[in-house]
Design a protein around this ligand. Structure first.
Ligand SMILES: Nc1ncnc2c1ncn2[C@@H]1O[C@H](COP(=O)(O)OP(=O)(O)OP(=O)(O)O)[C@@H](O)[C@H]1O
Length: 259
């Protein structure tokens, strides 16, 4: 197995919050009585929720609980049955270029080299921009490679660089590290935290892994039976989380109980 060799520096800065989050380009996301049903089956049954600009939110819940449905609504890939989703106060309709998605699979174009995969949006200066983002994700020297020679973790880094190329205000992450081994996952956690601070987007991470949620997020939402069953602030500095404090264990237990 190929494991990314380039370690991500684990630079610890004060945790960014909604108030001082990153570069401040994040967008606020608000749900106002949002429901979603497929036929008779109500998947989301009334979400009222505000996610401040620049916040890092994790969404956990049982399989089939509506997490991916929620992502698709935010991304504009599907419409709510009722209620409104607002981005910076404006009701969202259809696809929005300010919102980007990262999936469990990197979904790179196999017939394009790494640099072209990142610079998919093209436009003036795209090569320099794509190259700079590759450097940011630790793949500066892989620009000329074909996707098939990369490891799973490296592919996800390329996908992350590609998602950032348009400087999205909201980044949706649907189990992006689910298929990676533990060491690569830990590297990706550090990388994601770093780019989130650097770029300032609002991050919404879907995960089955409560430990991952409390390691990365400012706030964890538990989605159960189509509503937010718990909304937990992770009030522990990020640099204290890896060590595992009693408070962190307590929050993890609370989330697991709510799930
Ligand atoms: N297009 C669709 N048509 C009908 N039912 C759907 C559709 N999309 C999702 N569902 C149903 O909605 C429910 C929630 O699905 P969703 O994929 O959002 O759950 P999830 O929490 O993301 O699950 P997992 O963790 O397993 O990915 C499921 O019962 C699913 O079968």
């Amino acid at each position: 197995m190929m494991v990314p060799l380039r370690a991500v520096p684990d630079v610890e800065e004060p945790a960014a919050t909604a108030a001082d989050g990153g570069a401040g380009r994040g967008l606020e996301l608000a749900f106002d009585g949002v429901t979603k049903a497929f036929g008779d089956v109500g998947v989301l049954r009334g979400l009222d929720l505000t996610i401040p600009a620049g916040q890092f939110v994790a969404v956990v819940g049982r399989s089939g609980g509506g997490k991916t449905t929620l992502m698709r609504l935010i991304a504009g890939l599907d419409s709510p049955t009722g209620g409104t989703i607002r981005i910076n106060g404006t009701a969202r309709r259809g696809l929005q270029p300010d919102v980007r998605l990262l999936f469990q699979e990197a979904r790179l174009l196999p017939w394009q080299r790494v640099l072209s995969n990142v610079g998919i949006a093209r436009g003036p200066g795209w090569k320099e921009r794509a190259q700079a983002l590759l450097a940011e994700v630790g793949l500066a020297d892989r620009a000329g490679d074909w996707p098939y020679v990369l490891s799973g973790g490296q592919k996800q880094r390329v996908a992350l660089a590609r998602a950032l190329v348009t400087e999205p205000g909201i980044l949706l992450l649907d189990e992006p590290f689910g298929a990676l081994d533990a060491l690569t996952r830990a590297d990706m956690h550090r990388l994601l935290t770093r780019v989130w601070r650097q770029h300032g987007f609002t991050a919404i991470l879907i995960t089955h892994d409560v430990a991952e949620a409390v390691a990365l997020a400012d706030r964890v939402l538990v989605l159960r039976d189509g509503v937010v069953a718990d909304d937990v602030a992770i009030d522990i500095p990020r640099n204290a989380r890896a060590a595992g404090t009693p408070r962190l264990a307590e929050l993890e237990r609370r989330i697991l109980t709510a799930v």
